[in-house]
Design a protein around this ligand. Structure first.
Ligand code: GDP
Length: 331
């Protein structure tokens, strides 16, 4: 980790970010990702300072299992978005990097074209010890990107677990990429994720492969109709696309535009964002409480032996949780 000596002043970060300086934007994101206490204090101030300049974007969550074609889709779809004059930022949440040290998203160079595009900014996954922590950092990185003038934000996840639910709570629109001809189980997609999608895009519908994609479209449309209508009145849609052949991408962009217009008209766009802000505060309280608890010296001294007792059923998990919390409160 870099020493705080490499840090800039609050004013330099703020001005750099607001000017859209990519180098400073990257350094500001590194600052918010830091676990050093002095960095966190500066990061909190920076976020407070840039807050009035955030929010003027469409935030899009993009998810799907490894191999579904996320990076290829983001490359082509992102190029379409930038060709409309938008400034795009792509952020990733990769939960695998915490567990295995490796990455499901892969070490291969992803989104080669987009990463060199002057109107696109790509930031790989934040490192962290807990998903809650990583998500909080991704959310703040998103705010920094908005302050730097990025008016379209993609947040990418791998579609296999909890991170999707967290991403749903920080974006305006949630897009699920699916393959045609593979069952949900095969794709490792949890039913709950289909339920939170605003749209499903069937990928790799190249010329010659459309029939299968159209069948999949029908199946998913039928499945989506079984879910109750969302409170915001939006009916989730199913699209087919080929990122390789640049097909169907404009329709997906038009759909997202139309979603935004409808949500603004119905007052749901801002309501959703308001709810999300409050939700994130509560999520962060839980995250911080957990962090403080496990950093507590008395808890640290006890936890291993208690874990063993619970594992051997010498003590009950619930009773031990209460006992450890009491220890924490008395410390
Ligand atoms: P990710 O793991 O979800 O990011 O998937 P990738 O974007 O790396 O794509 C996985 C594989 O599918 C790669 O070999 C891509 O070339 C291929 N692929 C992605 N999009 C398409 C497409 O539209 N058509 C075809 N035929 N192949 C695609």
């Amino acid at each position: 980790m870099k020493s705080p000596k490499n840090r800039l002043s609050l004013a330099t970060y703020k001005e750099g970010v607001l000017k859209g300086d990519r180098v400073i934007l990257s350094r500001a994101i590194t600052l918010i990702e830091s676990t050093l206490e002095s960095d966190q204090a500066l990061a909190d101030e920076l976020i407070r300072e840039i807050l009035p300049y955030t929010g003027k974007s469409i935030r899009i969550g993009i998810t799907g299992v490894p191999g579904v074609g996320k990076s290829t889709f983001i490359e082509s779809f992102g190029s379409l978005v930038t060709s409309h004059g938008h400034k795009l930022a792509v952020l990733a949440i990769d939960p695998s990097s915490q567990r295995s040290g490796g990455s499901i998203m892969g070490d291969k160079t992803r989104m080669e074209l987009l990463s060199h595009h002057p109107k696109a900014y790509i930031r790989p996954s934040a490192a962290g010890t807990s998903l809650g922590g990583v998500s909080a950092k991704t959310r703040e990185a998103m705010l920094l990107c908005e302050a730097a003038g990025h008016d379209v934000i993609f947040i990418e996840t791998v579609g296999v677990g909890q991170s999707e639910i967290m991403v749903r709570d920080m974006v305006d629109f949630f897009l699920l990429l699916m393959l045609a001809g593979a069952g949900d189980e095969l794709q490792g997609i949890k039913k709950g994720i289909i339920e939170i999608a605003d749209a499903i895009a069937i990928t790799k519908a190249d010329s010659g492969n459309e029939a299968q994609a159209k069948r999949a479209k029908l199946e998913y449309s039928n499945a989506l109709h079984l879910f109750p209508l969302a409170e915001n009145g939006w009916t989730p849609q199913v699209k087919i696309c080929s990122a390789l052949e640049n097909k169907g991408l404009a329709e997906i962009w038009d759909m997202i535009q139309s979603y935004k217009i409808q949500m603004i008209e119905r007052g749901h766009f801002e309501k959703n964002r308001k709810d999300q802000r409050v939700h994130w505060m509560h999520e962060h309280i839980k995250h911080l409480l957990g962090l403080h608890f496990y950093q507590n010296e008395k808890v640290k001294a006890l936890i291993k032996s208690i874990e063993e007792k619970v594992a051997k059923e010498e003590e009950s998990p619930i009773a031990m949780a209460k006992m450890l919390l009491n220890t924490y409160h008395q410390a």
